[in-house]
Write a protein that binds this ligand. Structure first.
Ligand code: 9MR
Ligand code: ZN
Length: 538
């Protein structure tokens, strides 16, 4: 710890009334909490700070209990730090995380009335070439830019849309605000309007035989230019098993979600999902996607499609109630699924969401009763990791990988699901610690969401934020966070070999390996934020 660092780590966006307020204190000295009138409302003797293996810090987690709305000051060892408690404390940041996806829209103009200073002309509107036969050009526009780059990838997009749709289904009141996007006011909640922008693009990515192209990207990543200036040809890259199965799952889910709003759209999506499933049935042997020779954009390679198929079978069963899909899901489940994984590579948890909260008893003995026991057991692991961390972060010290925010938010999702089933407060409180982590209660004392908190990420690896000439980054985007695997030599050099995992982070544009943003990092944060937003509404 350097001299300038604060002794406190807090949720910099504030805390919600009715939920526990926890602060991390990097000293064993007594801690005092004063209200706006200077009265002492909490006096903690100071504890024995516990070692946090991931950061090397000694941390005392101060449990301040539930507090009334107001401005407070924490004091310890002569240092003060302001902390706020409010009703609906996380409404703004949750809405911004959804709106963050609007700023990722490709193929349309972002108008000043919706995007403010971040407005820009339409991008990537030219015809795309089919990789295997570049003389064939197709018009495929729309979707969200994946991350800091301008690529669009089917699997990651499908998972992102899945997180958003489940957030809406389960925690609607926590994520249904108007977001000032072009569709606002059309009678559909904006979270679904925004998700539809991606779904329409995913539909376009299907080939006539039912398979889905893996991605729509150029051969190389663009430089740090605005999207409308990125004019090189984009390619519909070869198809993949994982993209096909993930799109199948997401579209089957979407067919149920959108049916009350638009029957025809729902029908199109279910038709497409069925075509995808047929293709998968006809191509049972998994072939991993490889970047074609000369292509350097995102790989999103995967070792198996069994988890994507599992999610797809669950969603198709939920959408159609045809026994064949349930049987397929059972078989895939029996082969072993990681039920607390919600990322682009492993989507077993998405199937669990479908079985546990949509199908429920109708899923039957295997996919409900047995799966629930299995899920409850697997989610204990997240709680255990949270307890072993000084900061309460549910991530083992050797798991600070590229996009560490994803496993951390995934563990929050799993613990939220556990709480929904069991009503356990320890699970809920540990999940809340992950949300606190994202918003500043971490070794780095940084709020990972752009535009929020007291000290937030200012230089994400995000092309528009780097190229628009505006000092503040595009708001509502979450950084991938610390990464101990040092894929970039410059990151390794700047941080030094001995930097502890949870501190391997550079708030610098160049550091894609620690400070990129991605749509599928925003979306599990939306799920988590929507839940806590909803339960703190009273
Ligand atoms: O999120 C991906 C991460 O798990 C990988 O370790 C990393 C390196 O392969 O790639 C990440 O995904 C990037 C993708 O390949 C291209 N668009 C930006 C993504 C976020 O960094
Ligand atoms: Zn674009």
């Amino acid at each position: 710890m350097t001299q300038q660092e604060s002794l406190f780590r807090i949720n910099q966006e504030g805390y919600a009334t009715g939920l526990p307020v926890t602060a991390a204190v990097l000293t064993g000295e007594p801690v005092i909490l004063k209200n706006a009138d200077g009265e002492v409302v909490r006096r903690l003797d100071g504890g024995r700070p516990l070692p946090d293996p991931a950061s090397g810090d000694e941390v005392y987690l101060a449990d301040l209990g539930a507090l009334e709305a107001g401005e407070y000051t924490l004091e310890a060892a002569g240092e003060k730090r302001k902390l706020a408690v409010r009703a609906r404390a996380w409404d703004a940041v949750t809405n911004a995380l959804i709106k963050g996806l609007y700023y990722q829209r490709c193929g349309c103009e972002l108008l000043p009335e919706h995007a403010g200073v971040y407005a820009h002309p339409a991008c990537h509107t030219a015809l795309a070439a089919v990789w295997e036969d570049p003389s064939t050009m197709r018009k495929v526009t729309g979707g969200w830019h994946d991350a800091g780059d301008y690529g669009k990838y089917v699997g990651p997009g499908a998972v992102t849309a899945g997180h958003l749709m489940y957030a809406w289904k389960l925690f609607g009141p926590g994520c249904s605000a108007e977001l000032n996007i072009p569709e606002s006011g059309n009678g559909v909640p904006d979270i679904l309007n925004e998700t539809r922008y991606e779904l329409e693009w995913i539909l376009e990515m299907q080939r006539p035989d039912g398979m889905f192209h893996h991605k729509l990207t150029k051969k190389h990543f663009a430089g740090f230019i605005m999207p409308q200036d990125d004019l090189e040809t984009e390619y519909l890259m070869p198809g993949s098993h994982c993209a096909t199965a993930a799109a199948c799952a997401c579209l089957a889910l979407a067919s149920r979600v959108y049916r009350p709003f638009d029957e025809a759209f729902a029908g199109r999506m279910l038709f497409s999902a069925r075509q995808a499933w047929e293709w998968l049935e006809e191509h049972p042997d998994f072939v991993p996607f490889q970047n074609p020779e000369g292509v350097r954009t995102g790989w999103y390679g995967d070792r198996s499609d069994a988890d994507e198929r599992f999610w797809a079978a669950c969603e198709l069963y939920a959408a159609t109630r045809e026994d064949g899909f349930r049987e397929a899901a059972e078989k895939l489940y029996r082969a072993g699924q990681h039920l607390t994984a919600f990322g682009w590579a492993d989507v077993g948890g998405m199937g669990a969401l479908c079985c546990l909260f949509d199908l429920k008893e109708e899923a039957g003995e295997v996919l409900y009763t047995r799966l629930r026991e299995d899920f409850l057991r697997q989610s204990e692991e997240a709680l255990r990791m949270s307890r072993e961390s000084g900061y309460g972060t549910a991530l083992a010290q050797d798991r600070y990988i590229w996009g560490s925010i994803l496993p951390i938010m995934s563990h929050a999702m799993a613990m939220i699901m556990n709480t929904m089933i069991t009503g356990r407060q320890d699970m809920r409180d540990a999940a809340l610690m992950q949300w606190n982590y994202a918003l500043g209660l971490n070794a780095l004392d940084i709020c990972f969401v752009t535009g929020f908190g007291q000290k937030s990420v200012m230089h994400p690896h995000h092309r528009p934020s780097g190229a628009d000439g505006i000092e503040a980054p595009v708001p509502g985007l979450i950084s991938g966070g610390p990464n101990r695997s040092f894929p970039y030599p410059t990151t390794r050099e700047k941080l030094g070999e001995n930097t502890p995992p949870a501190r391997c982070f550079l708030d610098e544009t160049i550091s894609a390996d620690t400070n990129e943003i991605a749509i599928y990092w925003n979306s599990p944060a939306v799920f988590t934020g929507a839940y806590f937003n909803m339960i703190s509404m009273g």
